[in-house]
Design a protein around this ligand. Structure first.
Ligand code: CAA
Length: 257
């Protein structure tokens, strides 16, 4: 399939989507988001793919929603078209997805990275929610996901001042899972994705579903949900294989990869 604003490739069992709109630092115009959504659907329905990666360039993961496209938007059009709702497909993916972030991840760029399951950042990464300086506020999860990830005080600091946070501060705050040298970013991201893709796909998907449930419900309900999924895993061949392989001191050969 031909894409204009992204590159899409398969590396073994990993599907990689690279934002590729360098003239606008990967600003997230509607056409780019449509393409990302098509690529996500392609990978979600491809039995060979066990994990996905969303990344950008060395200079920018994404510098936010496209300000030039948004500048003349009015309330009625924003409301009727449910502007930005289409971005949510990333957060609804069922297969694991890792964000590999180098350079700017600002506004919608930071929000898109947060929709992924976890972020591996290059030491050059810069995160921020600068919308306030444009006369708006974050509209794709910046006041919600960021607050859950890094807490109220830091989220307020970032959303109200619009300042940027470097990779080290982002890791310390819990926004980022790991920071690696910029030159190693794709290696490390692909290594993590490949590892995930090597496990049982249904087990990885249920694990993701269960961790995400922690954001949606009470501890008691979340624990009940976790227990039900955990019990159901004993109905899979992959549980038998994983545990037998451990006992036999060999590598497991999961059926559902
Ligand atoms: N939208 C549209 N175009 C953008 C853009 C954006 N978000 N960010 C950068 N660009 C464009 C610039 O206009 C410029 O294009 P021209 O060469 O045609 O002028 C090109 O990308 C390169 O950008 P700069 O010259 O500004 O590059 P820089 O290295 O000097 O600065 C930057 C980099 C600090 C990231 C700066 O580009 C910047 O501040 N960008 C805007 C960041 C921002 O405010 N993001 C939030 C957007 S709102 C949002 O995302 C809402 C939401 O919650 C969904």
């Amino acid at each position: 399939m031909g894409y204009e604003h992204i590159r899409v490739e398969t590396k073994g069992h990993v599907g990689v989507i690279t934002l590729d709109r360098p003239q606008a630092l990967n600003a997230l115009c509607a056409a780019l988001i449509d393409e990302v959504n098509q690529a996500l659907t392609q990978f979600e329905t491809d039995d060979k793919i066990g994990c996905m990666v969303l990344t950008g360039s060395e200079k920018a993961f994404a510098a936010g929603a496209d300000i030039k496209e948004m500048a003349e938007l009015n309330f009625i059009d924003a409301y009727l078209s449910d502007f930005i709702a289409s971005w949510e497909q990333v957060s609804r993916t069922r297969k694991p997805i890792i964000a590999g972030v180098a350079g700017y991840a600002l506004g919608g760029g930071c929000e898109l990275a947060m929709m992924c399951d976890f972020i591996i950042a290059a030491d050059t990464a810069k995160f921020g929610q600068p919308e306030i300086s444009l006369g708006v506020m974050p509209g794709a999860g910046g006041t919600q996901r960021l607050t859950r990830l890094i807490g109220k005080s830091k989220a307020m600091d970032l959303c109200l001042t619009g300042r940027m946070m470097d990779a080290e501060e982002a890791e310390r705050s819990g926004l980022v899972a790991r920071v690696v040298a910029a030159s190693d970013l794709m290696n490390e991201v692909l290594k993590a994705a490949d590892k995930i893709a090597g496990f049982s796909l249904p087990i990885a998907m249920m694990t993701k579903e269960s961790v995400n449930r922690a954001y949606e419900t009470t501890l008691t309900e979340g624990l009940r949900f976790e227990r039900r999924l955990f019990h159901s895993m004993f109905a899979t061949e992959d549980q038998k294989e994983g545990m037998t392989a451990f006992i036999d001191k060999r590598k497991p050969q999961f059926a559902n990869k």
